[in-house]
Write a protein that binds this ligand. Structure first.
Ligand code: FAD
Length: 262
């Protein structure tokens, strides 16, 4: 582990720098391991980019880059693309210079106490919590919404490209078990929250756990008192309505902090 400068941050906020870093890492590091992309992988990539283009609550230049890549991908009617061509579009060799995704990673809320902790997996979770919430916020009442498109995009990306293969296997088994039962945009927000807590539960005390960021059933009672309740039997109980309100606020585009952006 290398020593690096510690960036002061608020432990209970979402940072745009983490979200942009997750985009950089997924699109320029993880994907670059694939010289050509075809079949299910290509479908997964198209869905991932499409939900990013629709729901990523980013800076105008970043949104513009995502939209450019999305329309390019939609025009690709063949069964295969070359990663190098995808990369040229992303990096904007086409010279529409207002569209740009910054290079490199700068973890802020997802910093680890040592460099092998946290970072990308943390920011990837955060990205998808933000996207499920954003899909809910942007929905037009009374119109048809693909309630699980964000979750399906996550499922496809993880299955085809997520570098941590045990993570992908675990996530796919949770998806197979219950992702199809999600029938509203709110249920999608809650599904991701509850599955993330299952992962936290499994990993609590594991070697991968950053001692400065213990795995807890989240949000803690300090962070959201009204989320927690007790059943008559004395057992802990989540108030899902309160949890939903909390998540919609915590991951809201209006609360994302813009510090440390490149
Ligand atoms: P993370 O769990 O990454 O969480 C990031 C931040 O999200 C937290 O700091 C907190 O602010 C917030 N948060 C925490 N819980 C919730 C919640 N329930 N809902 C909403 N927000 C929350 N690692 C393994 O070792 N084995 C695995 O099988 C595994 N599977 C994974 C599957 C997926 C799909 C992903 C994305 C990651 C997986 N990981 C796995 C990595 C692991 O879950 C953590 O991301 C990693 O250990 C870093 O942990 P962290 O402390 O940064 O917190």
């Amino acid at each position: 582990s290398t020593l690096q400068e510690w960036r002061q941050f608020n432990k209970t906020s979402v940072y745009m720098s983490d979200l942009e870093s997750a985009l950089h890492y997924s699109l320029r590091v993880e994907l670059s391991g694939h010289i050509s992309i075809s079949g299910n992988d290509l479908t997964a990539l198209k869905k991932y980019i499409n939900v990013l283009a629709k729901y990523f609550p980013g800076r105008p230049s970043v949104k513009s880059a995502l939209k450019t890549v999305d329309s390019w991908l939609q025009q690709q009617k063949g069964t295969e693309i070359k990663y190098s061509n995808f990369r040229d579009v992303l990096d904007n060799t086409v010279q529409t210079s207002d569209a740009v995704l910054p290079e490199g990673v700068q973890w802020v809320g997802c910093q680890g106490s040592q460099s092998h902790y946290r970072g990308y997996p943390c920011a990837f979770w955060t990205l998808f919590h933000v996207l499920t919430v954003q899909a809910k916020e942007m929905a037009i009442p009374g119109t048809f919404n693909m309630h699980s498109e964000v979750l399906q995009a996550m499922r496809g990306y993880v299955s085809s490209f997520f570098g941590c293969r045990p993570c992908a296997t675990h996530f796919e088994s949770m998806a197979q078990e219950s992702m199809d039962h999600v029938t509203t945009l709110s249920a999608a927000v809650l599904w991701l929250w509850s599955r993330h807590n299952r992962v936290n539960n499994r990993l609590a005390g594991d070697l991968s756990e950053d001692p400065h960021f213990p795995k807890i059933q989240w949000p803690s009672p300090e962070l959201c008192p009204s989320c927690h309740g007790l059943k008559k039997t004395g057992e802990h109980h989540w108030d899902q309505g309160e949890v939903l309100t909390f998540l919609r606020n915590y991951f809201s585009s209006t609360h994302i902090l813009m510090d440390y952006l490149q």
